[in-house]
Write a protein that binds this ligand. Structure first.
Ligand code: ACO
Length: 223
């Protein structure tokens, strides 16, 4: 039987097999020239994209021991908008989103988590919505295996629920995950989305969640 596994010869190379780059987080096969080239390309673009030099007029909406959250609004100076566009491009590449344009670009709020070493390590993009559809719990029968294969085809209820805020993107840099950065971004969003009120978890909705996004949302919203 033919196997699709890629074989690698151990000829005593310095790096061998699967490697995770400690700066850009890309997983690649060191010793495979094609993979190494792809890594070099991604590495520079990624680090340039997430570099944050600081702005004179930045809107800091939360501060933590390991970084801060900056809010960017649609009419902010072009340097801030450009940074958001660069980060969104990286995020969309990772999520496999292509040219997903926000429904109301003038009302979009973008929250960037900036690490102490001046990198954008988290991003949340939110927009106002009026309704959302609950993801139904997964079937547990034998057919559930196929639903896992087509990752994002969650079954949704067709009964609309009133909602206020849609999270169109949430992303945390691979090497910084499980440090509650996403949780802090959503907490901050709930506090800052509408002036003077703290949104309940029923009022926020995650659009088209990935498997990671669904696991996070389920835990965050206790659903
Ligand atoms: N598997 C299981 N549980 C998870 C996962 C996961 N991958 N991620 C988060 N959780 C749960 C955990 O219970 C976690 O608490 P714990 O670490 O104490 O157990 C809790 O959620 C809080 O997690 P955070 O640390 O706040 O989440 P993190 O900062 O790692 O970010 C995120 C989560 C944004 C989903 C990240 O994994 C990511 O960027 N993934 C790739 C991009 C992506 O898929 N984004 C979602 C797209 S959907 C959308 O944009 C609407």
């Amino acid at each position: 039987k033919e196997t699709e596994d890629q074989l690698i010869i151990d000829a005593g190379q310095k790096h061998f097999g699967t490697t995770v780059c400690k700066s850009c987080g890309m997983i690649y096969t060191a010793s495979n020239p094609e993979d190494e080239l792809q890594h070099v390309r991604h590495h520079h673009r990624f680090l340039e994209g997430i570099k944050y030099t600081g702005w004179k007029k930045e809107r800091v909406v939360a501060e933590f021991w390991d970084g801060k959250i900056v809010l960017v609004l649609p009419h902010d100076p072009s340097y801030a908008i450009r940074k958001v566009e660069d980060v969104q491009e990286l995020v969309d590449n990772e999520l496999g989103f292509h040219q997903v344009v926000p429904r109301c670009p003038n009302k979009t709020k973008t929250f960037l988590f900036i690490s102490d070493d001046k990198k954008v390590v988290g991003c949340l993009i939110a927009e106002p919505i009026k309704q959302a559809f609950r993801v139904l719990s997964e079937p547990t029968g034998p057919e559930s295996a196929s639903s896992k294969e087509c990752h994002r085809a969650w079954q949704c209820s067709d009964v609309p629920q009133p909602a206020v805020c849609g999270i169109s993107r949430i992303w945390v840099f691979r090497l910084k995950r499980r440090k509650r950065i996403a949780r802090r971004l959503v907490d901050t969003l709930r506090n800052r989305f509408m002036f003077g009120c703290f949104l309940s978890t029923d009022e926020i909705a995650f659009s088209d969640p990935t498997p990671d996004g669904k696991l996070f949302a389920t835990k965050y919203c206790n659903t």
